[in-house]
Ligand binder design. Structure first.
Ligand code: BDP
Length: 681
């Protein structure tokens, strides 16, 4: 009997770490205490969701009564709320729902609740899904699309609906209130009557969680879908076509959010095809959605093959248009001036447009940061961008404040993240990539949050819980949190340190090194050599006043600081300067030795991550432990590839020895290049 009891005890201890496949994200079910919910107002969809969440997840005093109250309190902004231990007050029902999620999060992570006022930094907090109607996901590393499927677009199954509901819930739990459900490289058929039926089905499932549906549209849709001769935004027939199409959408989805547009960019059609400006194009669409309360998010991601410096173009095209956009247009700007690289300085468009609403776009999917193989916690990268001081209106004009309405009045404020979600059981391919979805939502809600707090919350919710071991905090939380916080810098170190950028492999879909890549007829600005400019004289892109003069797009004192290699921060050195290999760094090292040290450090950091994770084994369920361990092993190999490839490649120009304290290359450059050039499946 005693033995049997011990056996039961053993079983229950083991089950506290039962295998988890990651599908529950940070919303793992908790045993809830009974709770009474008293809500004002009618029992709307959102309130029903809020009530259900409380009843499923209440960790407070058993039998407590929680009051959800709508109020006209003027200190509450957008969907913000005031939180007490057993009360949520908000101006909107969505605000009540967000308050409920915050209350439950505080309970689970052991954070106190006083009388807190929590207002979102941005009115619109959106995911952009680069999902195609055939079910593929551009730059997706977590399986096929959750929204679209080859051949059966029009059949919505109960399985689809369950997925969408889980997805909407995850979004709402971190404050995300909008989703653009198709690729910015938009297929015109998304606006066909058949596809709009599916859009309506999706919107109906997202609505009870306060998530609005948006569509990315192709600018030439009036021609490709409507059979018109032109898509000229000033042509009356085109204007009429978009108005009709917009009405059709709103009939199906009355709370439709609006359009996202990638135009006159990377081969996509746009107003410039007709001699019109971005403002002409955006305004025509803005007028179409305005009567219905819709928005247009117009992307500033533009560059042409003829420009001498791609980094300058978005600024050059958009600054002259400042003040020319309708007030329901938001210009969507990628965090850096090039393209979601592991590290870029902030885009100079932040702080340059003063009479136009501007929103930051981040990439949650890890296109340039190791796909869903390498572990990269991206909150530090976004925090770095949001905290960058543009100096537009004096010190303290951070990117965060230049986009949330604090520096310039903006009619609308928003933040977008390119989603990393797919049909994989754990949603994001890598268990730790879930943290980036989570972090994006949290930062869009509060652009002052610190990465450490976000990592802390996420780890507690995703791996902790009431059954966690007594020493879980010291043995798991502390070291794994540090691993997360160091992970992005490790990737910068082993791939593109000191301001290097865009030197990844093109044949392997931007995974791994490729500084040599330059096929004969390829446009120069799509090849790494354009960016690193390595030659016997040195390395780096001269963007100083004697070069492309991109530095002058920044306000003082930044322009002067970036222009001088002795004052330019090391992180951006080769972004702004072409410097000799023996250039003396602030550390006293030569540039070459410093470069070697960074690549080596990145490799060592990943090895350290492996050790941290191995030690975490007793504190993680076996399934997630093994998957992450396996991925770290692959990442370790990738880091060595990056280091070996870049050092051996650049050494051809520097002709300097790899310092003795740097791990010598184990790969051969010719072999790496031959392997990289081999066409992939
Ligand atoms: C680039 C991606 C490409 C996207 C583009 C964009 O490689 O797939 O279409 O960004 O943002 O980084 O439009």
């Amino acid at each position: 009997m005693k033995r049997f009891f011990l056996f039961l005890l053993f079983l229950s201890a083991a089950s506290s770490l039962r295998a988890e496949d990651g599908h529950q994200l940070w919303l793992r079910p908790q045993r809830a205490a009974p709770v009474k919910v008293v809500a004002t107002g009618k029992n709307s969809l959102l309130l029903a969701t809020a009530r259900q969440e409380l009843q499923q997840g209440w960790q407070g005093k058993p039998g407590a009564s929680v009051a959800l109250t709508l109020t006209k309190d003027k200190t509450i902004k957008y969907d913000g709320f005031r939180l007490g231990p057993t009360s949520v007050q908000a101006a909107t029902e969505a605000g009540l729902l967000y308050g409920v999620y915050e209350l439950l999060r505080r309970q689970q992570t052991g954070q106190p609740v006083q009388n807190d006022l929590l207002n979102p930094s941005y009115e619109h907090r959106l995911l952009n899904h680069w999902d195609n109607p055939d079910g593929s996901v551009e730059r997706g590393y977590a399986g096929q699309s959750i929204f679209w499927r080859k051949d059966s677009a029009l059949v919505t199954t109960s399985q689809d609906k369950t997925r969408w509901q889980e997805y909407a819930r995850a979004n709402a739990s971190v404050g995300i209130n909008g989703a653009v459900i198709n690729n910015v490289n938009a297929a015109p058929q998304i606006l066909s009557a058949e596809y709009l039926t599916r859009v309506k089905a999706i919107a109906d499932v997202l609505r009870p969680y306060g998530v609005k549906t948006y569509l990315a549209v192709k600018f030439s849709s009036p021609v490709l879908l409507g059979g018109l001769k032109t898509a000229d935004p000033l042509d009356p027939a085109v204007v009429k076509w978009w108005q009709g199409k917009t009405k059709e959408i709103y009939r199906l989805v009355p709370d439709f959010g609006g359009f996202l547009v990638k135009a006159s960019s990377e081969g996509q059609p746009g107003p410039q095809d007709y001699g019109r400006t971005h403002a002409d194009g955006a305004n025509m669409l803005a007028d179409a959605v305005r009567p219905h309360g819709g928005l247009v998010m117009w992307r500033a991601f533009v560059y042409s093959p003829n420009d001498k410096d791609r980094a300058k173009q978005a600024y050059n095209e958009f600054v002259p248009l400042d003040g020319k956009f309708r007030d329901n247009v938001i210009v969507q700007v990628k965090n850096g001036p090039i393209d979601f690289q592991p590290r870029e300085p902030f885009s100079p468009l932040f702080g340059a447009l003063k009479k136009t609403s501007v929103m930051p776009e981040f990439q949650i999917t890890q296109e340039y940061l190791g796909h869903s193989i390498d572990l990269a916690f991206l909150a530090p990268m976004w925090e770095e961008c949001l905290g960058s001081d543009t100096h537009q209106a004096g010190p303290g004009s951070t990117v965060a404040r230049c986009t949330d309405g604090s520096v310039y009045p903006q009619k609308h404020t928003a933040m977008a993240g390119v989603a990393n979600v797919g049909l994989d059981t754990n949603w994001t391919g890598h268990d730790f990539a879930q943290a980036n979805w989570y972090a994006f939502g949290r930062l869009a809600w509060n652009n002052q949050l610190k990465s450490a707090q976000i990592a802390d919350e996420w780890l507690k919710l995703t791996f902790g819980g009431p059954t966690a071991a007594a020493d879980w905090n010291t043995q798991f939380l502390t070291p794994v949190k540090q691993l997360m916080l160091d992970s992005r810098e490790a990737i910068v170190n082993y791939s593109m340190p000191l301001g290097l950028h865009h030197i990844m492999s093109a044949t392997r879909e931007h995974y791994g090194p490729g500084p040599w890549w330059a096929p004969p007829k390829m446009r120069a600005d799509w090849t790494p050599r354009y960016y690193h400019q390595a030659d016997s004289a040195g390395v780096g892109f001269n963007r100083t006043k004697t070069g492309s003069d991109a530095v002058s797009q920044y306000h003082e004192p930044l322009a002067t600081q970036f222009n001088d290699p002795t004052t330019c921060p090391d992180e951006y050195l080769l972004w702004f300067h072409h410097l000799p290999w023996d250039f003396k760094m602030k550390s006293g090292n030569t540039l070459w030795n410093e470069l070697c040290a960074h690549y080596d450090k990145g490799v060592q950091q990943v090895r350290q991550f492996q050790k941290v994770w191995d030690k975490a084994q007793p504190y993680v369920d076996a399934e997630r432990f093994a998957v992450v361990q396996h991925k770290l092993r692959s990442q370790s190999g990738n880091a060595v590839q990056w280091k070996d490839a870049c050092l051996l490649y650049f050494q051809q120009f520097s002709r300097m020895p790899i310092p003795a304290d740097v791990e010598p290359p184990m790969n051969n450059l010719d072999a790496i290049i031959a392997n990289d050039m081999r066409p992939r499946r």
